[in-house]
Design a protein around this ligand. Structure first.
Ligand code: SF4
Ligand code: SF4
Length: 320
């Protein structure tokens, strides 16, 4: 029997999402029973030309992790879109832009200067910068172009489904792949995760006060906190109220506040803006100076609230 084809690809990715596929553990055999893996650069030695030679729509489902910033990444995303019936954005970077999206707080040239001239481990006295086209004698070299902004997958190609998380919960990776292979198709745009905010399933939810009030903001390393009590009740920032659940509270169980990698809950357009407005309503002071002091105690506010979602936010980048 000819099995449907499945592909997995990474673009601007740390490799954590690839690891999350291995976290499916022995259940990966279920996928093997249902489909043939025809492209997975981290594990299978297939070439780009093999994909180019396929018929359009020949791949039943393709999971792409990572965000898009380089010409090659955009080219591969478009090629895989053409060759696949279903595209799943796999992980926070493909879903929302992810941690790489924080680079959108800087201009393209600032990123290049930092990497090639300024970091202490780089020695580049002549200030040589990468070129997309260069010659060495008769040898000609091509490098992939570096775009102005980091983009999530759906700003480059049409995406059918999303598996959020940094990295995602393997339970949902398995569910997404098997449901597509078994032709149990959810509405387009569905997100494989909970519908409600993380607080609704969090093991500490009973200690979350009805009305949260904060007089100061503490950072996790600054003191010893109660490992059973809601972080917000202990004056620490936890993004659980503004983040979709589905991660099985892996950070909370490891005694770390939620950082928001599952993205906004339903009907929220801007996750960072949502949390910012929630925070503004729980700071307990009417005095402008005191409020300013509390706000100043949050180091890198934009980085905390938009850690995973800046390229998908309303502004998408720093606007000067
Ligand atoms: S979502 Fe997280 S784990 Fe996946 S590629 Fe991005 S940074 Fe890595
Ligand atoms: S704010 Fe954080 S710690 Fe408190 S209930 Fe929500 S997810 Fe749990």
């Amino acid at each position: 029997m000819v099995k449907p084809k499945i592909a997995l690809y990474w673009i601007s990715s740390c490799g954590g999402c690839e690891e999350s596929v291995l976290d499916i553990a022995e259940n990966i055999l279920k996928i093997k029973e249902l489909a043939d893996v025809v492209f997975w650069p981290v594990a299978v030695d297939t070439k780009y030309k093999d994909i180019k030679e396929m018929k359009d729509g020949e791949i039943a489902v393709c999971l792409i992790n990572g965000s898009v910033r380089m010409d090659e990444q955009e080219y591969m995303a478009r090629l895989l879109r053409k060759k696949s019936k279903i595209i799943i954005a796999h992980g926070a970077c493909a879903h929302l832009g992810g941690v790489y999206g924080l680079a959108n707080f800087y201009k393209r040239q600032e990123c290049l200067n930092r990497s090639y001239k300024e970091v202490p481990s780089v020695k580049n006295p002549e200030g040589i910068m990468p070129q997309t086209h260069s010659m060495d004698g008769e040898l000609e070299f091509e490098l992939s172009g570096f775009h102005d902004l980091v983009k999530p997958l759906n700003q480059v190609i049409e995406v059918d489904y999303y598996i959020p998380g940094c990295p995602p919960n393997p339970k949902y990776i398995l569910e997404a792949i098997t449901s597509v292979l078994q032709n149990v198709l959810l509405p387009k745009g569905s997100i494989f995760a909970d519908r409600k905010a993380l607080c609704s399933t969090c093991s500490r939810r009973d200690s979350k006060p009805e009305k949260v009030v904060m007089k100061e903001i503490k950072r996790p390393h600054e003191w010893e906190w109660d490992s059973d009590k809601c972080f917000l009740a202990q004056d620490m920032i936890c993004l659980g109220p503004a983040t979709r659940g589905g991660c099985e509270e892996r950070c909370i169980t490891a005694n770390m506040p939620c950082r928001g990698c599952y993205g906004p809950t339903e009907n929220v357009m801007d996750q960072g803006g949502k949390f910012l407005s929630a925070l503004a309503s729980i700071l307990d002071s009417k005095d402008d100076n005191e409020l300013e002091k509390i706000a100043d105690s949050i180091l890198d506010m934009a980085g905390i609230f938009y850690r995973y979602s800046l390229p998908s936010s309303l502004l998408r980048k720093k606007v000067k």
